[in-house]
Design a protein around this ligand. Structure first.
Ligand SMILES: [Zn+2]
Ligand SMILES: [Zn+2]
Length: 155
C-alpha cells in the first residue's frame, strides 16, 4: 500500500485503490510524489496544463518543482491509464473509469471548459474496423468533440 502523499489534497479511498490496482497490474511503482500529482489532477474540476500542475504542486509543497518532474508524473499517470491528455488543448485530466483500458472520447465545452468523458464501445469497435480495413495499426485514439455543454447552451 502506498504511503499517503504529504502536502497533497485528500484523495478519496476509491481513487487511491484504483491507482494502486493500475500500478500493480502494470508493474509500476506508486510513489508519494506520483500520487500527489494524481491527487492535484483529481482535485481540479477541469483539465489543466503541465505548467498549471507545476504551480499547484509548488503552492502545495512550498518548494520549486521542475516542469520535467511534472511531465514525468503525467507520463506515468497516462502510462498506467489514470490520466488522459486532451490533444487540442494540451491539457490533462483524470480518467473517469480507469478500471479498464479504453479509447478516449470527450465532449469539450468551449464556454465553461468542462470535459465530459464518454465511453462508447460501438464507436471504438467501428474505428478499429475502419483502421483494420486499411491495414492501419492504431496506437493512440482520442476523440474530442468541441461545442457547448447542456448548461452553457441553455443560457
Ligand atoms: Zn478514460
Ligand atoms: Zn459549458
Amino acid at each position: 500500500m502506498a504511503k499517503s502523499p504529504t502536502n497533497a489534497p485528500p484523495l478519496a479511498a476509491k481513487w487511491r485503490k484504483l491507482a494502486e490496482a493500475r500500478c500493480a497490474s502494470s508493474g509500476e511503482r506508486l510513489t508519494p510524489a506520483r500520487l500527489a500529482a494524481y491527487a492535484e489532477l483529481l482535485a481540479c474540476k477541469r483539465p489543466i496544463s503541465a505548467y498549471e500542475l507545476v504551480a499547484l504542486l509548488e503552492k502545495r509543497q512550498n518548494r520549486k518543482v521542475a516542469p520535467l518532474t511534472a511531465y514525468r508524473h503525467l507520463d506515468f499517470l497516462m502510462r498506467v491509464g489514470l490520466v488522459h491528455r486532451l490533444e487540442s488543448t494540451q491539457s490533462y485530466l483524470p480518467c473517469d473509469h480507469p478500471e479498464h483500458a479504453h479509447d478516449c472520447q470527450y465532449l469539450l465545452c468551449s464556454a465553461c471548459g468542462q470535459a465530459d468523458e464518454v465511453e462508447s464501445k460501438s464507436l471504438e469497435t467501428l474505428l478499429r474496423k475502419i483502421a483494420k480495413q486499411r491495414g492501419f495499426q492504431p496506437e493512440n485514439s482520442v476523440i474530442e468533440i468541441t461545442g457547448l455543454c447542456s448548461s452553457c447552451s441553455n443560457d
